[in-house]
Design a protein around this ligand. Structure first.
Ligand SMILES: [Zn+2]
Ligand SMILES: [Zn+2]
Length: 314
């Protein structure tokens, strides 16, 4: 828990320390620390439900091994599943996807020493950061508070001062209160600093907004940075298409495939040959555009043709 808040704090420092955009090495350590923070904090909530849930195999868990830290821990995917299925902590599919992409970034950095470009990494990190802030506020802090209240055996008829004094004589209560204080302190610092990252992302979105406005009907979410900034050609030219936010480029059918794969999932989207430009599987079924963000429509990633336009809103 304490480690998790420390990692989080370091990641935010790495992203905000410089006056300009963070350096490559800042970004690298920010991703490593942010990923570690996410894992520790999600698991802290799971331990609050029951300590055996962080074991890879909870059926073989023993309290002794848990206390010694002698066990194989569950994966981040399993942590998210257990939070949802057992602790009933709702994590949206887009937050889940952001956490997954961050883990992939971390693995790419650790094993291959490279990752996507700086704009992409920064935008993704900002997404996970805002998820964590919300997660800590809604799920972690209330849990710590409940644990503290239980430890001090809070009696509602006591005055707050008496309650605190009584409570602090209980074993474990001092530690629990320190944890709560650390969370509150770190969160205050983070909110201040996070504004600088959000401002940076907002500034960049603002910079490209004039360029994007006329293309809203054929702009989709970018599979890399997930901003609404991937402008599809509307001239059947087969030129590579480019995300205006993170500058990722995609060629021909690859854009359509990667979009379905990363953003829709095979169950929710598919590619087909386009009835207009007819050359390849460039028609994405189940896409949405910046002009219709909640629609599930068909749009060609080569010529921007929308064959079933009418009545396609969901
Ligand atoms: Zn992008
Ligand atoms: Zn087409």
């Amino acid at each position: 828990m304490r480690n998790g808040m420390d990692y989080l704090s370091r990641a935010v420092d790495e992203l905000t320390e410089r006056a300009g955009p963070p350096s490559d090495s800042d970004l690298k350590y920010a991703v490593l620390h942010l990923q570690a923070a996410t894992e520790v904090l999600l698991k802290a909530r799971l331990v609050g439900e029951h300590w055996s849930l962080v074991f890879k195999n909870p059926g073989g868990a023993t309290l002794e091994n848990f206390k010694k830290g002698k066990f194989e821990s569950c994966t981040i995917e399993a942590t998210l599943d257990r939070l949802h299925n057992i602790a009933q902590v709702e994590i949206s599919p887009s937050d889940r996807a952001a956490i997954k992409v961050l883990s992939d970034d971390r693995n790419a950095l650790t094993h291959y020493g490279h990752t996507a470009n700086a704009f992409q990494v920064e935008a993704r990190s900002a997404r996970v950061l805002s998820f964590l802030l919300q997660f800590i506020t809604e799920h972690l802090r209330p849990m710590l508070l409940a644990e503290f209240a239980k430890l001090v055996a809070y009696d509602p008829t006591d005055s707050p001062l008496v309650a605190v004094e009584k409570g602090l004589q209980q074993p474990g209560a001092v530690k629990a209160r320190r944890e709560l204080e650390q969370v509150d302190q770190t969160m205050d610092e983070l909110r201040m600093k996070l504004g600088r990252i959000q401002k940076y992302v907002e500034k960049r979105l603002n910079d490209i907004s004039t360029e994007l406005a006329p293309c809203a009907a054929h702009t989709v979410q970018c599979p890399e940075c997930r901003q609404w900034a991937l402008v599809v050609n509307n001239d059947a030219s087969w030129k590579a298409i480019k995300c205006r936010f993170c500058l990722a480029t995609y060629k021909g059918e690859m854009a359509a495939l990667q979009y379905v794969w990363s953003l829709l999932g095979e169950d929710n989207g598919t590619v087909q040959p386009c009835p207009n430009c007819k050359a390849a599987d460039t028609l994405v079924i189940g896409a949405s555009t910046a002009a219709q963000k909640t629609a599930a429509m068909a749009i060609c990633f080569n010529c921007a043709h929308t064959p079933y336009e009418e009545g396609s809103d969901v």
